[in-house]
Design a protein around this ligand. Structure first.
Ligand SMILES: Cc1ncc(COP(=O)(O)O)c(C=O)c1O
Length: 388
């Protein structure tokens, strides 16, 4: 470094930014004139429903929202979060003590991990899993303990991997699951609470795909426990609001209070207009959110049926908007590179999600049907020729 400035140990410990690397590869291919179909990231392509945009426009015009917002979560938003839990999951929460808004569930996850894990404490995370868990552990100086998900049992945890572990600050799961699209069984959540209690830690559930279940509405971990469990959710996927940066946490009042304490010091406050619009989204008409599930179902069926017809090893997922494909022994990074360079399709290599993701690629269904039809044409016979 030219100025002799050394980053702090916690920054040096951070893993490479996986999604940033994918973006750079796509940008380089586009700069070379390739017409890239980018399915490497779970970035929703559809616009936010108009009634939510209108609520935001009104809220932005309100001068009350031009000064510093109060710390914490606005009552209307806290009430709207509690309303959704009651209606969608039959879970009663106290909006004063059991919910908190964040700038997206990413920030909620950070507040939970940083608020609960001391340096050298253990954080149990799923393998494969969303890369931000490792980043959060690195920032906290915590150790990761990998909990393998068993593909033979619909990607539920292999609990025997915790047999030797005696304590942990938190056990983290994520269903519907990024990257495999698996959904949770209630047995999985019940066992997670038992294990978290045994380990003396919290059960943290990442519920980012809370609305995206194809057979039924995904199960909330709070329907099993609210004493030791906290669930982080987001408006990013449910209402196509990924750019708005708004999400929330709900569950154990003890954990929520810890997360709020961390939030006020580390992240300050949340723009009042975003909170007003988020309240309108959660408390208002849900038909657009319901219709979105059918949009992703049609996209999933088109891609999965098309790829299977060409001999790819892929099954329809129960939730999320991802397609998880086995590479039949071909190195996933090599395959992802060939698919981008030779066929103009950017996918996420599975090894970016952990050791158990190796030998897979992940596709995000974030394009309209005509573009996905083209994706199937590119990946079908030509892409399949890259596999044994
Ligand atoms: C599993 C999972 N958790 C959390 C997030 C973060 O979402 P956001 O910060 O937009 O709420 C994502 C985003 O893709 C995700 O896939």
């Amino acid at each position: 470094m030219t100025g002799g400035i050394t980053p702090a140990a916690r920054v040096r410990a951070l893993p490479a930014n996986f999604f940033g690397g994918l973006d750079a590869a796509v940008a380089a291919a586009r700069a070379n004139g390739v017409d890239v179909i980018d399915v490497s990231k779970g970035n929703p392509d559809l616009p936010t429903p108009p009634h939510i945009v209108r609520a935001m426009q009104d809220a932005v015009a309100d001068p009350d929202n031009h000064s510093y917002p109060a710390y914490g979560t606005r009552p209307a938003l806290a009430d709207a979060i509690a309303l959704r839990y009651r209606r969608d999951h039959g879970v009663d929460l106290d909006p004063l003590t059991q919910v908190a808004a964040f700038h997206g569930s990413h920030e909620g996850l950070m507040a939970a991990v940083l608020g609960l894990a001391d340096p050298r404490a253990t954080l149990v995370v799923p393998d494969p899993g969303y890369p931000a868990y490792a980043s959060a552990a690195a920032l906290a100086g915590a150790r990761l303990h990998l909990l393998p998900l068993d593909p033979a049992r619909a990607h539920q945890p292999e609990w025997s991997a915790l047999a030797e572990l005696t304590d942990a600050a938190a056990l983290l799961l994520n269903y519907p699951h990024n990257p495999t699209g698996a959904t949770a069984t209630s047995t999985t959540f019940e066992r997670a609470v038992i294990e978290a209690r045994r380990l003396g830690g919290a059960f943290m559930h990442d519920f980012a795909y809370s609305s995206l279940g194809f057979a039924h509405r995904p199960l909330s971990a709070l329907s099993v426990d609210v004493e030791r469990t906290v669930e982080v959710s987001t408006l990013s996927k449910t209402y196509n609001m990924a750019g708005w940066r708004i999400g929330f946490a709900a569950g154990s009042a003890e954990i929520i209070s810890i997360m709020r304490g961390y939030q006020a010091q580390a992240f300050s406050t949340i723009f009042g207009a975003t909170q007003d619009a988020a309240a309108a989204a959660l408390a208002g008409d849900q038909s657009a959110a319901d219709a979105l599930v059918d949009v992703y179902r049609r996209r999933r069926d088109l891609v999965v049926d098309g790829l299977r017809a060409s001999g790819w090893d892929v099954r329809p997922a129960d939730g999320t908007f991802f397609v998880w494909i086995a590479t039949r022994g071909v190195d996933d990074i090599v395959l992802a590179t060939r698919l981008l360079e030779d066929h103009g399709v950017a996918v996420a290599p599975g090894s970016g999600f952990g050791e158990r993701g190796r030998g897979h690629i992940r596709l995000a269904l974030v394009h309209p049907l005509d573009r996905l039809t083209e994706l199937v044409e590119r990946l079908g016979a030509p892409g399949r020729a890259l596999l044994p």
